[in-house]
Design a protein around this ligand. Structure first.
Ligand SMILES: [Zn+2]
Length: 270
């Protein structure tokens, strides 16, 4: 599944091809992805200039004067900029043609992705209750400390709650908790401020590093399963249950927390 770094890398890779371009046509090869594609997408976008391509959480927004196309890659989606004569493949559901002659093509085999419409000046319901971006100034360990008071959920579930902070998925929550020496099982409301300061810094460091790595290997995450192959071999905890902890050699433990597989070191993480 594309995580925040892959989506940010997608945004950065697409921006030079999209920014300032006028949309000449929209082709929908099916009426829906995860949800129906609203009629405004095909009705309003042609003739509009793309002012910016932004990311919010794992959503991408193509901003125009009339409104924004709101895209999510879901489990298996990918966006590519292609010459118009590249043959349409199976699962190529949407083409957005540009005045450059290129086409932005949305492929999504499993159709957990979406293409929605956000009218100018409004915030789509999906974006309304999202927490801060982990790389924005509004996010740090002090923020996590304040937000966690009175919360009884395990800290890993707390970090993965999009209303608290966006884009800290299973991989990055596991890695940041390992780096900060905090057990994923610990109750969020019972962790001291200085430990959250360290955790906040580790979340930012790990995500920034992953984005930096993704930025040079655009092809890797466009693989059909969206696996972050460029980063996987550098993971300390995620996907390594039973293997030795890179910090101390103790076998890493594995359990389900909030229905997600979680790996941690029983010695380094308290
Ligand atoms: Zn350890």
């Amino acid at each position: 599944m594309p995580e925040l770094p892959e989506v940010e890398t997608t945004r950065a890779g697409l921006a030079p091809h999209l920014t300032g371009r006028t949309i000449s046509a929209v082709t929908l090869r099916r009426p829906d992805l995860r949800w129906p594609i609203p009629p405004e997408v095909a009705a309003q976008l042609p003739g509009q200039r793309i002012d910016t391509i932004r990311r919010r959480a794992k959503y991408l927004l193509l901003d125009t004067h009339a409104g924004s196309a709101l895209l999510h890659l879901g489990m298996s989606g990918s966006l590519r900029v292609l010459a118009p004569d590249v043959p349409v493949r199976r699962h190529d559901h949407v083409d957005i043609a540009l005045d450059s002659g290129q086409v932005l093509r949305f492929n999504d085999p499993r159709r957990f992705g979406c293409l929605l419409w956000q009218p100018a000046g409004e915030t789509h319901a999906l974006l309304r209750d999202l927490g801060p971006e982990p790389l924005d100034d509004a996010f740090d360990g002090d923020y996590l400390f304040r937000a966690s008071r009175g919360r009884r959920a395990p800290v890993k579930a707390f970090l993965m709650d999009q209303r608290i902070v966006v884009g800290v998925g299973n991989i990055y929550a596991a890695e940041a908790l390992h780096a900060a020496g905090i057990s994923p099982l610990r109750e969020a409301g019972r962790i001291a401020r200085e430990r959250y300061v360290r955790l906040g810094a580790e979340i930012r460091r790990i995500l920034a590093y992953a984005i930096g790595r993704g930025g040079t290997t655009l092809r890797d995450f466009i693989s059909p399963d969206g696996a972050p192959g460029y980063f996987e071999q550098e993971l300390s905890a995620y996907g390594r249950g039973g293997l030795p902890c890179p910090g101390c050699g103790t076998p890493l433990r594995q359990a389900l927390i909030a229905q997600r597989t979680t790996v941690w070191c029983p010695r380094c993480q308290r």
